[in-house]
Design a protein around this ligand. Structure first.
Ligand SMILES: *Cc1c(COP(=O)(O)O)cnc(C)c1O
Length: 400
């Protein structure tokens, strides 16, 4: 098949055949055995399904050392990813983004040691590439021919890119005020783009109609199991690069796939023997104009209430209600982490600080992570001597 598959990964012998052993309901743990058909949410609870692998079988064989020589894309972790046939390992070069220490930004923010993971260098300029590469590849492998999703912007362009690479149709609904560069990008990538009045929740209603009427496969955040599997590779990369887990991860949370995916990856890596029981403290950052997770965390709730009238220029954080909210809150709590909100003005200022001190032009969501640091220190939710990783989830070029 003449397609954009990664020849290095495709030809490197894996230590075991890849593939999911079963899927598990994120709410009640019910298991579903037949992973070789398209799955959406769990039939029991209508909650996210989590992909499970034979990790005990991989332990001692699928090790960081086994990765040497594999191509620098997220497919280097193929043994713990759902795509079975190498011909469907769709790649545009996603993953293996730079992890950079910045002494100047650290000292400006009041920390001893600070690392940036620059996810803006992914195809389509954001870490959405990881999740959508995986979801589209898996949909393609399972024989589907059209994917659809509501998006705040970046997920739409990532879906458009990978659908184009695979030769599938992509239908995307986005808020009318989505940044122009993202709209242009999605159209150039051949997606069918619908502009919707309102926020991503309103876009979701429109996509649900298309899914119902035309049988498109819905790749909405956490409404199919595999975007999470792409996003979890961020944590595998961190551990592969550092040889251990960092003390703290600060992550800008919208739908929560990144945070939940990384949390799942740490569990997997413990079962694989890559790490022990230690975990980074997971800190979630949202905008003050849309902070359902922060509000729920402050109240000690297990799930979040929908946020009325969500407003923030960080479009990836304008998610008023997330189906995986309980998983995000569980990860924050279990890790001894926190959730905190910052304003759009603080994000804007932090984008300039990051830019000036590191050379990375961050998306506002990335700015939010740096903006959170002084506040976390002030509230003693973070100590200056902790090793902190900021996730710069996208490039600032998409928000002009
Ligand atoms: C989507 C998005 C987020 C939020 O990510 P989730 O994993 O859905 O919480 C953060 N930053 C950027 C740039 C995004 O596009």
């Amino acid at each position: 098949m003449a397609t954009l598959t990664d020849m290095h990964v495709a030809t490197i012998p894996l230590v075991a055949p890849p593939g999911v052993s079963h899927l598990e309901c994120g709410q009640c743990g019910a298991a579903y055995g037949d992973a070789e058909q398209p799955w959406r949410t769990s039939p029991c609870c209508a909650k996210p399904l989590l992909a499970r692998y034979e990790l005990a079988h991989l332990r001692g064989r699928f090790t960081p050392a086994a990765l040497a020589g594999r191509a620098p894309t997220m497919w280097r972790y193929a043994e713990v990813l759902p795509v079975r046939d190498p011909a469907f390992r769709l790649t545009l070069g996603e993953g293996m983004t730079p992890l950079m220490e910045s002494e100047r930004l650290a000292s400006d923010l009041g920390l001893d040691r600070l690392l940036l993971k620059d996810e803006g260098q992914n195809p389509t300029g954001s870490f959405k590439a990881r999740g959508l590469a995986m979801a589209v590849a898996r949909a393609w492998e399972l024989g589907l021919d059209a994917v659809a999703l509501p998006s705040a912007g970046n997920a739409g362009s990532a879906a458009a890119a990978y659908a184009a690479a695979a030769g599938l149709a992509a239908h995307v609904a986005v808020p009318r005020d989505t940044p122009r560069p993202i709209l242009e990008e999605m159209r150039a990538l051949g997606a069918d783009v619908e502009l919707v009045d309102g926020h991503i929740g309103d876009a979701a209603k429109s996509i649900a109609k298309g899914v119902e009427a035309h049988g498109w496969f819905d790749v909405s955040t956490l409404k199919e199991p595999y975007r999470l599997e792409g996003k979890k590779t961020m944590a595998y990369e961190l551990v592969e690069a550092l040889g251990r887990v960092p003390d703290v991860i600060i992550y800008p949370t919208g739908g929560g796939t990144g945070l939940v995916g990384m949390w799942k990856a740490f569990e997997e890596m413990e079962e694989l023997g890559w790490i022990g029981g230690e975990r980074p403290r997971m800190i979630s950052v949202q905008g003050t104009g849309c902070a359902p997770i922060v509000r729920a965390w402050d109240r000690g709730d297990e799930a979040a209430q929908p946020w009325e009238d969500p407003k923030t220029y960080a479009s990836g954080l304008r998610v008023p209600s997330a189906i995986g909210d309980f998983l995000v809150l569980e990860a924050i709590r279990a890790s001894g982490g926190a959730a905190i909100a910052v304003s759009d003005d603080e994000m804007r200022e932090a984008v300039r600080t990051i830019g000036r001190l590191t050379g990375v032009f961050a998306a506002p969501e990335g700015g939010a992570t740096a903006a959170a640091v002084p506040r976390l220190l002030e509230r003693e939710l973070l100590r200056p001597d902790e090793e902190v990783v900021l996730f710069i989830t996208g490039s600032g070029l998409k928000y002009l």
